[in-house]
Design a protein around this ligand. Structure first.
Ligand code: KG4
Ligand code: ZN
Length: 335
């Protein structure tokens, strides 16, 4: 049995987890900074770094104690080193390096997007590559061919905003607060998703890239127009119509990619993967395929997925030395 301590600090969640053999979660402690960043309408990088510094040691201690183990019992330490906010990433990387040095444990560098995909392995013990995964979070929107546990091919990605970023911006314009995704999702329940038509961008057959800035600008212009005319805005209709447009683009490309690659399994990952309407659309349109998605707690940032990815990377021979540094931008296929 291999016990991995996972550490995640790439954005606004400080998290540590202990996972055995990549798939069995013994503990998963998440300290969220959302309440602090909500006051500013989004993540403030300097504040995020400082809060990670305050939280990191207690969170790691808690993860070890929840799992009923000590650092001595751990076989390897996995840490997110890319991509993300560089000051935030550095807190996790420095802590992991210190623990690795002090306890003489292997240090495994983990790519955050690969880990989001690995979150699917935690609850779906039967899931094995190959499959096609739609990863959409606050900073990323990718369609990835997962050829093995450590071999990832990017089939498509966003050319402008990430899907979660578009949700957050639209929520801000609607006055719903941060993070916007869950709020737009909830408000949409009471809206008519066919009330407003927002222009969707498709790059044609064989291209799986996304563009969400047009839909986002469409929402902003629509709201400003009504405000200028002094007309009432039905926020639920706008939220539902925006959500439908984003979801349709995401699922159109996911289905096209899965069919072109010839896989029978698809997965969702990242914060937006917990979106109710996205799951509904995938279930509806992918009836001929096996569909996997993580529970909401494993969709948003967490260290269990980091430990899971670290397990497979370690098995494939990946180990870092103490020169490991944080990298703010790094392609999922470039490591
Ligand atoms: O994966 P994640 O926790 O952090 C990043 O790596 O970015 O994703 C956070 C993003 C935020 O943009 C948030 O608004 C979005 O995921 N999100 C959602 C939902 N829950 C979270 N977007 C749409 N619908 C949701 N239910
Ligand atoms: Zn994430």
């Amino acid at each position: 049995m291999a016990l991995i301590l996972g550490i995640e600090t790439s954005c606004d969640e400080t998290s540590a987890a202990v996972v055995s053999d990549g798939r069995n979660v013994l503990s998963n402690v998440i300290s969220s900074q959302i309440d602090i960043h909500t006051q500013f309408g989004g993540v403030v990088p300097e504040i995020a770094s400082r809060k990670h510094l305050e939280a990191i040691n207690p969170v790691i201690d808690q993860a070890l104690s929840d799992a009923g183990v000590t650092l001595g019992d751990i076989d390897a330490i996995g840490v997110t080193y890319a991509p993300g906010l560089v000051g935030a990433l550095l807190v996790g990387v420095s802590s992991a390096k210190a623990l690795s040095y002090a306890a003489n444990k292997p240090l495994i560098p983990v790519h955050h997007i690969r880990a989001h995909i690995c979150a699917n392995y935690i609850e779906h013990k039967e899931l094995e590559p190959p499959f096609v995964c739609l990863v959409c979070s606050g900073g990323h929107s990718h369609i990835i061919h997962v050829r093995s546990y450590t071999d990832y091919q990017v089939l498509g990605q966003t050319r402008d905003d990430a899907a979660g970023e578009a949700f957050d911006k639209v929520a801000r314009v609607l006055g719903l607060g941060y993070p916007g995704g869950p709020k737009v999702d909830k408000l949409s329940l009471s809206g008519d998703e066919n009330a407003v038509s927002f222009k969707k961008v498709s790059f044609g057959k064989g291209c799986y890239d996304f563009s969400f800035s047009g839909i986002k600008t469409g929402v902003i212009n629509y709201i400003h127009n009504l405000e200028q005319k002094g007309e009432e805005i039905n926020k639920a209709d706008v939220a539902a119509s925006f959500q439908r447009s984003v979801v349709e683009v995401l699922v159109d490309n996911l289905v096209m990619a899965a069919k072109d690659v010839g896989v029978s399994k698809i997965a969702l990952a990242g914060g937006v993967a917990s979106n109710r309407r996205l799951r509904q659309e995938v279930d509806l349109r992918c009836k001929d395929m096996q569909i996997f998605y993580p529970s909401p707690i494993y969709c948003t940032d967490n260290a269990a997925m980091i430990a899971c990815s670290a397990f497979y990377e370690w098995q494939n021979g990946k180990i870092a030395d103490l020169s490991l540094n944080a990298i703010p931008y790094l392609g999922v296929d470039l490591i």
